[in-house]
Write a protein that binds this ligand. Sequence first.
Ligand code: 5AD
Ligand code: SF4
Length: 427
Amino acid sequence: MNVADSEVVVAILSDLGFELTDSIGEAGLILINTCSIRENAEQRIWGRLKAISHYKKKDNRIMIGLIGCMAERLKEKVIEKEHIVDMVIGPDAYRDLPSLISEAESGHKAVNVLLSKEETYAGISPVRMDKNGVTSFVSIMRGCNNMCAYCVVPYVRGAERSRDPESILNEVNELWANGYREVTLLGQNVDSYSWEYEGHKTGFSELIEKVALVNPLLRVRFSTSHPKDISDKLLYTISKYNNICKHIHLPVQSGSSRILKLMNREYTREWYMDRIKAIRSIIPDCAVSTDIIAGFCSETEEDHKETLSLIEWAGFDFAYMFKYSERPGTKAARKYKDDIPEEIKTRRLNEIISVQNKISARSKKQDIGRIFEVLIEGNSKRSQDYLSGRTTQNKVVVFPENGCKRGDYVNVHVERCTSATLIGRIN
Ligand code: 5AD
Ligand code: SF4
């Protein structure tokens, strides 16, 4: 989401005559796009600000701006804590960049952290910062109306709003015309995408279908789905189109219904299991990944074991796993005690990681001997003679280049694997 937002920011700055640079030493304007989801994300930003302070000390004309969720959460406090910051700009205020920059240039600290009910940055053509020219993000909505007790997102990104499908399709068509072969539709909860025009409703199933129809050679991915909202209708749409990728990111957070209730997730363990069964029956060979939080308030060993057993049962292909981090202002911070000691959180997280690693390894081993259609994204990190791409299930495959190039689809026969990668040759 932040990568997509940065691309909107670069588009706005390009109109002002700025150019993007790879080298920070060359920059006259340094913007740091920030995340507030866990405390360590914010700690890293304070460290980064310290690390770049010498640029400002050397040349006072260099402007430094903190943008995104941390700017929204801390507002003027950012400047009180770190004087090198000239601008603090929340995620809905990027259109105001031109006037904020001139304000900062005239020597005043500039702050805009207003959240909007409408802003979707429709009409702005993001300037792509990716290097491969094959895969791209497309933001389809902003904000979030779910009040998960642990989560800061609704406070820093505001209320949910969907983007006009016409502007989404324009962006996707432009990407296709520019050689892109994969788009990832982004929203905090894509299943609640909703647009109404002259009595005609577009939900997420209709939207993804329209995007898939742009071209059968354009792969479509999406993130993130919410287990309470993901519908069979969407699953049938995914199964109907070959170019809608067979991968669903479905964050479970916990395997314990008691904890899920405290988290305000609005589903139970059984409901989640039912959704997984629906995915397995409607979309054969669909990969499922998830997010898990270890050590949420009041979590017992019993609750934790339920998370471990659910991970085993679901057989996730991939998982992002975190220790619970209390975020000021959230329901959990206001109402519950962050009462799981750090060393227990760490131990539970390590147990979760070790079960998941075992399952990820098993899922990769099962892929050995199979043939997958792979969209080539570029050279592999290790060698110029090897190419790297992904399967529809989002698994990374590396193989000898054999005259092929990025953007091509090839069938790859998988011969072996490492912990993160499948390795094979073009069939
Ligand atoms: N502590 C730890 N993890 C969190 N996430 C969101 N808020 C927190 C928090 N306070 C995780 C959730 C979410 C992912 C994006 O980040 O698992 O799905
Ligand atoms: Fe946060 Fe829940 Fe919204 Fe995801 S759905 S962004 S976890 S509040």
